[in-house]
Write a protein that binds this ligand. Structure first.
Ligand code: PRX
Length: 574
């Protein structure tokens, strides 16, 4: 394939830490990377120490670690300041009696306080559950309940969505806001921070000790708590180097919220482990404010998602012309299939190839990627990173030849791999049912040059604007609505969001279909669960297709929607 911008590709390749992909694969060893960390002397480790304190205690002390801005705030923090602030927060938690292994949730908008809190919690060895600020009460309750969380850091505005009285384990509520009335178990973040010492005795962790719980959806059951350990730093540091291509001169922007795994692995750990300056932009998405962010901070490396790129594309090429994006040298994408058309548009208007990367909440870090040093094929997720083996396998674990579609599977283990599903060993085991492999749940094929091509999900999991939604969770909420008898939820293809959520609903006696009722049902999910889980489309049906055992057949709903044959109907009820 001809390369429309050889010069840029060469310039990018010159920056790459990887050199040649094939040579790197050949000479690869995870042990080599491990040696870079403190634990090679001590055997003990802490992610927050390696990401922040290591730099604060060295030549990077006065270098900006974090630029933060939103419509009201405009701040920056050096590595030294990040260290002191996170130390203070660690002391706040210790004073409250919170200790290693306790589950702490952070439920607040992306502001510097979130980062102090997350790092401070890791410093005392707590296990952090970051929650996206758009979650509503049911989503918050499910997660805190499942993990028996002892503390939550939130804002007065979000507090009404935390059913404190119904969560017996939840002893501490730390409020980031003004005019907080402290009470038993209720703390004023700013006041506590002010009183706390800047010196902290870090909790030295075993590499297999817990660090994060990221809840994510499957096709059945409630969201599961994917458990990550401090050992993941090897992976984050390494992929930060070879995939994000970060070094100490970079100003880096990951647009993901830490409520999702991209916002922690690559919005916190990878950039800071590599000593880069990290940019966080609060507030809502707008093409204007995003482009201004790149221009203002002279961002060099930018990691975002297909839906965002598609929205930027929709905003037009003119919006780009008014802005100076010349600082950008590397652009990446994750979360959903990246259309070749978007890659070509990126070449044209940014002069940059958008590099697709593939991974999951469960994998903890990037696994299949397009590198700066690699010839990328628009539409492909790239190749497995050196140190990782991926393959397409059939349902028995047999490796399939090139161009055969099958299960995308990864040879176990790798450093950032999840170590359990909280409270649910059976769920965990399901991922490893084919001996020696992690089964991703994605289907894909590999071409004859080793590039992987995403085809879809094997299960009913929906990917809307890069956010993973379990149909079961939405269906459960829908049937709580007084008008809803039964509900089946599918992902409907959408040009901007990838998929949107569509619900098929049968109504209870006494309710008649209407546009108002659709709006009311959608609002009910939005306010009860979260905006991104709310159906954008609802269709009423007298009856939903079910198996004889009473399970709603989403496969048939999907076939109806797409005007496809319904496939094997032998198990259908009638
Ligand atoms: O289906 C794949 C899709 O997103 C799923 C993982 O979602 P989540 O755990 O929320 O993590 C997203 C960010 C790490 C995958 O099973 N997915 C992720 N990256 C890609 C992708 N689909 C196509 N291309 C990608 N690059």
């Amino acid at each position: 394939m001809s390369n429309p911008n050889e010069e840029i590709m060469k310039a990018i390749a010159a920056h790459s830490n990887l050199g040649s992909y094939d040579a790197a694969r050949e000479n690869f060893s995870w042990q080599e990377i491990e040696r870079q960390f403190t634990w090679s002397d001590t055997g003990r480790i802490n992610m927050a120490f390696e990401a922040i304190d290591r730099h604060a205690d060295s030549g990077l002390k006065d270098k900006v670690a974090l630029y933060y801005s939103d419509d009201n705030r405009d701040e920056s923090y050096t590595f030294g300041e990040m260290k002191r602030n996170s130390n203070r927060f660690g002391n706040v938690l210790r004073k409250a009696g919170i200790a290693k292994g306790d589950r702490i949730f952070i439920f607040m908008p992306r502001t510097p306080e979130l980062y102090f809190a997350l790092l401070g919690s890791l410093k005392i060895g707590a296990i952090v559950g970051p929650l996206f600020e758009a979650f509503m009460e049911t989503a918050v309750r499910d997660r805190l309940e499942d993990s028996s969380a002892v503390a939550i850091i939130t804002t007065p505005a979000l507090l009404s969505r935390v059913p404190v009285g119904e969560l017996p384990s939840l002893k501490h509520v730390i409020l980031v806001g003004h005019d907080i009335e402290p009470a038993e178990g209720r703390y004023d973040f700013y006041k506590e921070m002010e009183e706390a010492s800047e010196e902290l005795q870090i909790e030295w962790m075993d590499r297999e000790d817990g660090m994060l719980l990221h809840y994510t959806s499957g096709s059945t059951g409630k969201p599961k708590g994917v458990y990550h350990v401090h050992n993941a730093m090897i992976h984050h540091y390494y992929t930060g180097k070879i995939v994000l291509d970060l070094n100490e001169n970079d100003v880096y922007w990951c647009t993901a919220d830490p409520g999702w795994v991209t916002g922690t692995s690559y919005g916190i750990f990878a950039p800071w482990l590599n000593g880069a300056t990290n940019v966080v932009r609060g507030g809502r998405f707008s093409p204007q404010s995003w482009y201004k962010t790149i221009e203002r901070y002279r961002i060099t490396v930018w990691y975002s998602a297909p839906t965002a790129f598609r929205m930027l594309m929709g905003a037009g090429d003119e919006a780009v012309k008014e802005i100076d994006l010349s600082s950008l040298r590397h652009v990446l994408s994750v979360g959903e299939p990246l259309n070749p058309e978007v890659v070509r548009w990126g070449m044209k208007v940014y002069g940059q190839r958008i590099h697709d990367t593939w991974w999951m909440t469960e994998t903890g870090g990037q696994l299949i990627c397009n590198y700066p040093s690699m010839d990328i094929k628009p539409g492909s997720m790239g190749k497995p990173i050196p140190g990782v083996d991926a393959a397409i396998v059939d349902d028995n674990g047999k490796v399939l030849p090139p161009f055969r579609m099958g299960n995308l599977a990864i040879r176990t283990p790798w450093p950032a791999m999840m170590r359990k599903v909280w409270n649910n060993p059976a769920k965990y085991e399901e991922y490893f049912r084919l001996t020696g492999w992690y089964v991703s749940g994605d289907s894909a094929y590999m071409d004859d040059e080793g590039y992987f091509w995403f085809q879809g999900r094997v299960d009913d999991v929906i990917n809307t604007a890069g956010e993973r939604v379990g149909p079961f969770e939405v269906e459960s909420k829908l049937v709580e609505h007084p008008a809803v008898a039964e509900a089946g939820v599918i992902g409907k293809p959408d040009p901007v969001r990838g998929e949107v959520i569509k619900a098929f609903i049968s109504l209870r006696e006494g309710y008649a279909p209407s546009e108002e009722l659709k709006a009311d049902i959608s609002k009910f999910v939005k306010e009860g669960l979260s905006a991104h889980a709310a159906p954008r489309e609802i269709e009423f049906k007298d009856k939903l297709p079910k198996t004889r055992s009473g399970k709603i057949m989403r496969r048939v709903l999907k076939a109806w929607e797409l005007n496809l044959p319904s496939g094997d109907m032998s198990t259908i009820e009638d």
